[in-house]
Design a protein around this ligand. Structure first.
Ligand code: SF4
Length: 356
C-alpha cells in the first residue's frame, strides 16, 4: 500500500535561533505543517556527537529553541514537536541500521573528512610551533577527542531519525543533499538485506535565501552578528542602527553600492534584509536611489526597522504567550505521538530482521 507523504526534519538544540535559521528552515516548516503530516525533532543526541564535552546548557537550549519554533508559528496542533532523546526507538533503529552501513561510507562523509582535515591542520600547526599534542582539537579549539564512534556514526542516527517515521519528504537546501543521500543509501541497504520496509526519503528542496548578519558576513552566533528571533523592540533597533552599509559613502549624496561588488565586497546588510522584508518594487527603487545618492543610510535603516518591526512583534507576542512549563507539555505530547509512530515501525523492523 502506498503511504501518504510525511515530512521529517530536525535541528540541533543550540539555544535561541536567529533570522538566518528562520529564513533558512523554520519558515519552510511553518508552511509545510499546513500541507503534510510533519515531525519536527529537537535533535539533542546529535548535539552530543560533537558537543559531549559540555552538556551544561543542553536542556535550556532545547527549551529556548522550542520557544523560538513556537514564536515563528509552528503549531503543536498541526505538527508533532518532540525531543529525540524522549523516543528511545531512535537509538534502537540506529543500531540496526548500523549493521548494514559500510564503514567506508561513513569515512567518506564530507563533514567527517572536513573535521579530520581541521584536526590535521591543527596538529601540523601545533607541531610546527613545537607544542606537545595532548588533545585532539576541533576547529573551535576545544580540547577533546572528536574522532569518536558517535560522531563518525551520526549519519546512521540521522537516517534512523527520518526512517523511524517513514519520512518521505525531507526539507533541505541544495548544500544538504549529500547528507540526505547517505540516509537514502542506508535505507536501500536495509531494504536489500531485510525486505522493503522503508521508502527512500526524497529531498524537498526549499528556498534558502542569503541572510547576512549585522556586519554583512554570514549570520552566525560565533561571529556575534546574529539577529535573534526573540529580539526586543529596543535590541532590534540597536542592531539595525549598527548594521554594516557601504564604507565608501561619506554623505547621503554619495553614490552607494548596495550589492556586493569590488567597491563594497560584502554588500550592504541593510539592502540584503530589505530583500527579505520589503516588496520587490521597493527593493528595485531603493537600489536605484542608493546608487544615485538620493538618500542617506540612516533613513534607509529606519525603513528597514519599520519593515521588520511587524513580524518581530508577532514573534514576541507568540513567544511571550508560552511559559517554560508549556514547552515541556508540548514536548511531552509530541513524544507520545512520536513514540506511537516509532514503535509501530520498530515492530516491522524487528519482524523483518527475524528478531521477533
Ligand atoms: S542607502 Fe540603504 S542600501 Fe544604500 S548603502 Fe545605505 S543602507 Fe545600504
Amino acid at each position: 500500500m502506498e503511504r501518504a507523504d510525511i515530512v521529517f526534519s530536525g535541528m540541533r538544540p543550540t539555544g535561541r535561533l536567529h533570522i538566518g535559521n528562520y529564513w533558512g528552515a523554520l519558515k519552510n516548516w511553518v508552511d509545510l505543517q499546513d500541507r503534510f503530516p510533519c515531525f519536527f525533532c529537537v535533535a539533542d543526541w546529535h548535539m552530543l556527537t560533537t558537543g559531549y564535552n559540555d552538556t551544561s546548557k543542553l536542556r535550556e537550549n532545547c527549551r529556548e529553541m522550542v520557544l523560538d519554533w513556537l514564536a515563528a508559528g509552528l503549531d503543536p496542533a498541526k505538527c508533532v514537536i518532540f525531543r529525540q532523546s524522549d523516543v528511545s526507538e531512535h537509538a534502537e533503529l540506529a543500531l540496526m541500521l548500523g549493521m548494514v552501513t559500510p564503514l567506508a561510507m561513513l569515512e567518506h562523509n564530507p563533514t567527517w573528512k572536513e573535521q579530520l582535515q581541521e584536526l590535521a591542520k591543527t596538529k601540523a600547526g601545533m607541531a610546527a610551533a613545537g607544542e606537545s599534542i595532548r588533545y585532539e582539537e576541533n576547529k573551535q579549539g576545544a580540547g577533546y577527542e572528536l574522532r569518536t564512534f558517535g560522531f563518525l556514526g551520526y549519519p546512521v542516527l540521522q537516517a534512523a531519525d527520518i526512517l523511524l517515521y517513514h519520512g518521505t519528504k525531507v526539507p533541505v537546501g541544495r548544500d544538504q543533499l549529500p547528507h540526505l543521500e547517505l540516509s537514502r543509501e542506508i535505507a536501500r541497504k536495509f531494504n536489500n538485506a531485510f525486505g522493503p520496509i522503508f521508502a527512500e526519503p526524497q529531498p524537498l528542496l526549499t528556498p534558502t535565501p542569503k541572510v547576512p548578519g549585522a556586519d554583512a558576513r554570514k549570520m552566525s552566533k560565533s561571529y556575534g552578528n546574529a539577529i535573534d528571533i526573540g529580539e526586543t523592540a529596543a535590541s532590534l533597533e540597536a542592531k539595525v542602527k549598527g548594521m554594516y552599509t557601504d564604507p565608501t559613502r561619506k554623505s547621503a549624496t554619495d553614490p552607494g553600492h548596495p550589492e556586493p561588488c569590488p567597491d563594497n565586497e560584502r554588500g550592504c546588510a541593510v539592502f540584503a534584509l530589505h530583500k527579505l522584508y520589503a516588496s520587490e518594487s521597493f527593493v528595485r527603487a531603493r537600489g536605484a536611489d542608493c546608487r544615485a545618492g538620493k538618500l542617506g543610510c540612516m533613513a534607509c535603516k529606519k525603513d528597514l526597522l519599520c519593515e521588520m518591526s511587524g513580524p518581530f512583534e508577532v514573534f514576541r507576542a507568540r513567544r511571550d504567550s508560552y511559559r517554560a512549563s508549556d514547552v515541556e507539555a508540548v514536548l511531552a505530547e509530541g513524544a507520545l505521538k512520536a513514540r506511537a509512530a516509532a514503535q509501530k515501525t520498530m515492530v516491522a523492523v524487528r519482524r523483518a530482521m527475524r528478531l521477533r
